[in-house]
Write a protein that binds this ligand. Structure first.
Ligand code: ADP
Ligand code: MG
Length: 741
């Protein structure tokens, strides 16, 4: 009989895996040898001592030094996870800002510990939990840990919490900082390790009451940096050109290229493969691997495959080319990279509280990011980094650090979470960088209009249920009230289709002009720096529609078959229904240019949302399909969630968003056969023109019934929409008078 929780070396057999009682595999011992060469292993004892002596610890180390994979295992070895006699077991949590990292790293660590994935080691990301009652080490996104805190405010299932990639300063990590500071006071037995790749450590130290700081020296080789002489007009084209130059002229070594999103990366991969094929056999074989967050897990692992061997003995050696988003900047380390190509952009969130628009915008990176990226070239030997911008641009245009996400985000969701966590005084919450008061005000206002907070700012019953959904408050509201409109089944399908972010769409625009930039100046003095290079504005979209370049016409025709003339939301519903009617058949999907992966993801999301609905006794119901009200009820329920995202058609022929008065256009992808007077929209897309995407026709009368508070004319700016609403109110009064007589 083996004692599962005995401490290693404490009289247990060192050749038997303490977690499952099985003898270690050969592979385990092989990997162990390699692990022991990682820099963190040299400081293992020092780390364990510091962990024992302190409640909070800060650990800074170069990317690739073994923080994410090794430190949680050290912790497991050292802490007692079981309380004797109490039959209770603790876990160790390690947060990751990115889902790809959580999935990839947990898989690796399960292998390193010689256990099955999802058993002793697991991961948890939104809508996907791969862990079990046996799990002792869980990698999870920071957002998930925050959600867990809502149900378990003292995070009592954990003994040690590791906040990894703290330098990324994501919204959820920043909130966790403040939260954990409180939790630690109430749980003296809990320990916190904050891990970071870059040296903002002093700031962390100051924030965590002078917690001890441990530095793991990196073992970086020198990296030579090259800049372009002139600014590049098209970074994508420049990146591919540079890849080819490296491949044809530089000695062996793998290449890492940083691009901004799925579509761009897939496009680049195709082009690179084509150009390499055209170059002929004089040059070595190439393996091009993409890496982005929505890539299926099996594909993600390919970045760790070795470069291809020479085509024939003695021929030119092969090369691996990884085309990745920012995830390869610090979250995942790929060994063997010798050349880094850095166009200087990444997709970043920006929020303008004045017009309440949050967008993902391809924006210049910071100096700190550029430094991290170049460092990826020197992991195993001296390397080279090609920056596709001028040295002057680097010095003058790039800001030193990326602003924390909390200063660039819509906080409605965060505020709802904090309220649910019982934090009422947001102004005095211990944020490392407090968000702008205007952004907080905006968030409170939105939640108040939605009925999630009362006029005193207290969480209502409705707000409490809304906070249980891992969705934006608008969508959560739409779901919670959908039974009242007798259409929760349909609203569930639409929400799932909108939430399964399987793809990113990239719209290109040339040179954002400076006058447009001024719109994006922040009230707190932040400034978006935009180089005069090709810019892309991108937003996550529920892209279940495939539109391959070589078959665009056929794809558009296929899409038209699903179109619903009253709106894109209803079109998505049609697609979902057709998918189910055709038994989720992938070949049916391809024939109809539907992405089966997106549909599967949506179905999974739907299932999870149903579970929450059931848990809170929200009825699952539908209006009779043959009833006139079938679609009307669905549209009304959507309006009940999205009444703050309404646009009105002006006599001039363009739309104005209600209250914020932004000129917007229906996105060309819409399915409507007309321009309705009032529409609700799902997204505001910022490009050279402002688009609203995923729109549905709603009626002015419904607005009066469903959102009288928001559309109260007393505090409504003068505009055409107001005059139309005034008429509607008057008409209604007249009717009331008449019915009285
Ligand atoms: P850090 O968190 O300090 O950046 P990591 O713990 O992520 O470092 O990485 C340590 C080492 O483990 C690196 O050399 C990395 O290449 C390797 N590694 C991580 N995941 C995998 C994997 N899935 N396959 C092979 N090697 C991996
Ligand atoms: Mg790491």
């Amino acid at each position: 009989k083996t004692n599962r929780f005995a401490v290693h070396g404490n009289g247990t057999n060192p050749l038997v895996n303490r977690w499952n009682g099985r003898p270690y595999s050969k592979r385990y011992l092989e990997i162990l040898q390699k692990r022991k060469t990682l820099p963190v292993w040299h400081q293992k004892e020092e780390f364990l001592q510091a962990l024992k002596a302190n409640q909070t610890l800060i650990l800074v180390g170069e990317t690739g030094s073994g923080k994410t994979t090794q430190i949680p295992q050290f912790v497991l070895e050292a802490v007692e996870l079981e309380i004797p006699d109490k039959r209770r077991k603790f876990m160790v949590a390690c947060t990751q800002p990115r889902r790809v990292a959580a999935m990839s790293v947990s898989r690796r660590v399960a292998e390193e510990m010689d256990v099955n994935m999802g058993e002793e080691v697991g991961y948890s990301i939104r809508f996907e939990d791969c862990s079990s009652s046996r799990t002792v080490l869980k990698y999870l996104t920071d957002g998930m840990l925050l959600r867990e805190a809502m149900a378990d405010p003292l995070l009592e299932r954990y003994k040690v919490i590791i906040l990894d990639e703290a330098h990324e300063r994501t919204l959820a990590t920043d909130v966790l900082f403040g939260l954990l500071k409180e939790v630690l006071k109430n749980r003296p037995d809990l320990k916190l390790v904050v891990m970071s790749a870059t040296l903002e450590a002093e700031k962390f130290q100051g924030y965590f009451y002078g917690a001890p700081l441990m530095k793991v020296p990196g073992r970086l080789h020198p990296v030579e940096i090259f800049y372009t002489e002139e600014p590049e007009r098209d970074y994508l084209e420049a990146a591919i050109r540079t890849i080819m130059q490296v491949h044809m002229c530089e000695p062996p070594g793998d290449i890492l290229v940083f691009l901004t999103g799925e579509e761009e990366i897939e496009d680049a991969c195709k082009k690179i493969s084509k150009q390499v094929a055209n170059a002929g056999d004089v040059y070595g074989p190439v393996k091009v691997v993409p890496l982005y967050s929505t890539l299926p897990p099996a594909m993600q692992q390919k970045i760790f495959d070795p470069a291809p061997p020479p085509v024939m003995v003695g021929g030119p050696p092969g090369r691996k080319i990884v085309v990745s988003t920012n995830v390869a900047e610090t979250s995942l380390t790929i060994d063997g990279i010798v050349y880094v190509i850095d166009p200087g952009f990444s997709k970043q969130k920006v929020y303008n509280p004045r017009i309440r628009v949050e967008s993902l915008l391809v924006s210049p990176i910071s100096k700190a990011s550029a430094h991290q990226r170049s460092g990826r070239a020197g992991r195993t030997q001296p390397g080279k980094c090609f920056r596709l911008y001028t040295e002057k641009s680097f010095n003058n245009d790039l800001q030193p650090q990326t602003y924390p996400e909390i200063l660039r985000s819509n906080l409605a969701n965060t505020v709802l979470t904090l309220k649910k966590l019982g934090i009422d005084d947001l102004v005095h919450f211990d944020f490392m960088d407090p968000p702008a008061p205007e952004t907080l005000m905006r968030a409170l206002e939105v939640l108040n209009y939605l009925g999630a907070l009362d006029d005193e700012g207290n969480l209502t019953k409705l707000g409490e249920i809304m906070s249980e959904f891992p969705l934006d408050p608008q969508m959560a509201k739409m779901l919670v009230v959908s039974p009242e409109f007798n259409c929760s089944n349909e609203i569930l399908s639409i929400s799932a289709m909108l939430s399964s972010k399987c793809h990113y769409i990239v719209l290109s625009i040339l040179c954002l002009e400076s006058n447009r930039l001024s719109k994006w100046k922040y009230n707190n003095g932040l400034r978006m720096l935009l180089l005069s290079l090709r810019m892309h504005a991108c937003l996550p979209v529920p892209n279940c529609f495939l539109r391959p370049r070589e078959a665009q016409k056929a794809a558009d025709q296929a899409k038209a078959n699903f179109a619903h003339i009253d709106g894109d939301h209803l079109t998505l519903l049609n697609v979902y229904h057709a998918y189910k009617e055709n038994n989720e058949d992938p070949s049916w999907c391809y024939e109809n240019f539907i992405n089966p992966r997106a549909m599967k993801a949506a179905d999974n999301v739907r299932e999870q949302l149903v579970r929450i609905m059931v848990r809170y006794n929200l009825k699952l119901c539908s209006t009779d399909y043959n009833s006139r009200d079938y679609y009307i009820n669905i549209r009304k329920a959507m309006l009940a969630g999205y009444f703050m995202q309404v646009a009105h058609l002006e006599r001039t022929g363009h739309y104005l968003t209600v209250k914020d008065k932004q000129v917007v256009h229906l996105h060309p992808s819409n399915c409507l056969n007309r321009k309705p007077e009032w529409v609700i929209y799902n997204e505001f897309v910022l490009t050279s023109r402002n688009f609203i995407r995923t729109v549905t026709d709603v009626h002015g009368e419904w607005i009066l019934d469903i959102a009288p508070l928001y559309f109260d004319l007393e505090n409504f700016p003068q505009c055409e929409a107001k005059r139309v609403l005034e008429k509607l109110y008057k008409k209604r009064e007249r009717e009331r008078e008449e019915s009285k007589n």
